[in-house]
Design a protein around this ligand. Structure first.
Ligand code: G4P
Length: 531
């Protein structure tokens, strides 16, 4: 049997975050290629094949009576066991995207060199900062015209509030992209786009002191510019400091091109050296060490089955300590009972397999008969502790929801409450009105469709959604100290409460948030709620 500590120490679990189209899928595909998890680039579900993959997925559901999803990819590289967590983007962007970051030990941020920091990156980044997880930046698409390198770094520092340390430095971009200067090796690695879609070929390395050779490859102008920039850089940029990287206050930055497979393996190698093994996690009994404890895990995502015939769900959990063995007995702490996790599965690139064993750092999906909630802890039968809860993230779209047939009140309330418990949507009420008026809040608009579809199909209730103009929500962090009736608001503000009676404020305009803070001295507002 493999040594527990060794197995855990070789694990690296990270999420890839980006704005849609920055190249997350392409980069993931190339990373898998190095791990030998796929033979050819293009096997990872891309946009063109997405529809296809969805139907395959339904087919598997039908055959096995379970729902599966390819949201975790595991592969081996150079002795490491790597788990990549996908953060759904595009239309699928939802609270799940945020929650996935709760299960990762670090994040890789992909930025399009021609676009810089974009909206979705900014949002996901905030969650990483809140958790202080290390962030590694890959500036992609250098084979296309990119923004000025110093401007890109400046933007990351200013917009995201994290110091940057470039590990390499691009020479030109677009048609004149010649490669990167590797600061550690003090040599230039030349770019050729002939390796498209294959493993990286033998890149030519030119030490910086071989000036004639360098000029031969990149030309006089780019050589001069490079030497100038290196000098500037050595004087101006933050020094590399692994402790700061691991504390999430300094991000190492790499430049490359995922599509033409330039700089990807180099990035992977550096990343694996800098990122951490699964770390101890906070619980109500203090830090739980991954290798010194028996099995424990927490649920970070629940995926409902969209198939009407199967009401079951899959609960995704991150193993935080010890080893998981198929069919072992565990304690579901919040449920207050012992259970066996049935049909544990791990999701590989294109393959889903029933698991025999998994270790701290791994993600497993288990069949959920409707007993798990987001944030629940599982541990060994003789243990009893709870991991820190997963915060509630601010929805950005709101709608008033009404059932079409008023006779179906009971089903409606039951359905919408259950769906909210799974964490797909958040529901709120007007202050002091009970369930008369329900306001639904979602992170991604697709969740509105999911809600409508599921209420119709699973609970036989038709609903009407009336969009509301609010876009900003704030929890009142010091609710005990605030008299809501005396709160001085703005004309676009609305007071609501969540199911537990916690007061919240909705705003149409972001500047109103600041105005309300100014008008009510001592009021503390938060973008995250605590479960
Ligand atoms: P995402 O998952 O972050 O949404 O991005 P994805 O990888 O799907 O990439 C978005 C588009 O950008 C794709 O082109 C992809 O081929 C292209 N791309 C990714 N990395 C690079 C790069 O390093 N250089 C260049 N030039 N392009 C890159 P598409 O035409 O929208 O899709 P497809 O038809 O190629 O799939």
């Amino acid at each position: 049997m493999a040594n527990l500590k060794e197995e855990i120490n070789r694990r690296r679990t990270f999420a890839i975050i980006s704005h849609p189209d920055a190249g997350k899928t392409t980069l993931t595909e190339k990373l898998l290629l190095y791990g030998g998890a796929i033979n050819l680039a293009g096997s990872v579900k891309g946009k063109a094949t997405a529809r296809h993959a969805v139907s395959d997925w339904m087919e598997i559901e039908k055959q096995r009576g379970i729902s599966v999803t390819s949201s975790v990819l595991q592969f081996e590289y150079d002795g490491y066991c790597i788990n990549i967590l996908d953060t759904p983007g595009h239309q699928d962007f939802s609270e799940d995207t945020y929650r996935t970051l709760m299960a990762a030990d670090s994040a890789v941020m992909v930025i399009d060199g021609g676009k810089g920091v974009e909206a979705q990156t900014r949002k996901l980044f905030k969650v990483c900062v809140m958790r202080r997880i290390p962030i590694f930046t890959f500036i992609n698409k250098m084979d296309r015209d990119a923004n000025d390198t110093f401007d890109l770094l400046d933007e990351i520092e200013k917009e995201l509030g994290i110091a940057t340390c470039p590990m390499n430095w691009p020479i030109g971009s677009g048609k004149s992209f010649k490669g990167v200067y590797d600061r550690e090796k003090a040599c230039v690695i030349t770019y050729s786009d002939t390796e498209k879609g294959t493993r990286e070929g033998e890149a030519t390395e030119i030490p910086l002191d071989q000036l004639d050779r360098l000029t031969g490859f990149v030309g006089e102008n780019l050589k001069d510019k490079l030497l100038e920039e290196i000098e500037l850089l050595d004087g101006a940029s933050a020094e590399f400091d692994l402790d700061k990287v691991r504390a999430g206050v300094l991000t190492p930055v790499f430049f490359g091109s995922a599509l033409t497979n330039f700089g990807v393996e180099d990035f992977l190698q550096h990343f694996l050296q800098m990122t951490t093994t699964p770390l101890p996690r906070r619980s109500d009994l203090g830090l739980i060490d991954p290798a010194e404890n028996g099995f424990s895990a927490f649920v970070f995502k629940i995926q409902a089955n969209m198939n009407k015939a199967h009401r079951d769900r899959i609960a995704f959990m991150r193993i935080c300590s010890g080893r998981f063995d198929a069919d072992m007995e565990v304690r579901h702490v919040q449920g207050g009972r012992m259970m066996r996790l049935s049909q544990p599965q791990q999701i590989m690139a294109n393959d889903r397999k029933i698991l025999e064993q998994a270790y701290a750092g791994d993600i497993i999906g288990v069949f959920d008969p409707g007993i798990f909630s987001i944030g629940d802890t599982l541990c060994m039968p003789k243990e009893q502790f709870q991991y820190e809860g997963i915060p509630t993230f601010a929805p950005e779209h709101f709608a008033r929801v009404r059932q079409v047939d008023t006779m179906k009140r009971k089903q409606f309330v039951k359905g919408i409450t259950q769906i909210a418990q799974e964490g797909a949507i958040q529901i709120f009420q007007e202050l002091n009105t009970g369930m008369e008026e329900i306001i639904v809040g979602v992170v991604g608009v697709l969740q509105f469709d999911v809600l409508k579809f599921r209420l119709e199909n699973e609970y036989n209730v038709d609903i009407r959604l009336e969009p509301l103009p609010y876009e900003h929500i704030r929890w009142i962090a010091n609710k005990e100290e605030v008299d809501l009736t005396k709160l001085v608001g703005t004309s676009d503000m609305k007071k609501i409460q969540d199911l537990k009676g916690n007061p919240l404020l909705l705003f149409v305009n972001s500047w109103s948030v600041g105005m309300v803070l100014d008008r009510n001295v001592g009021l503390v507002l938060s973008e995250f709620g605590n479960n």
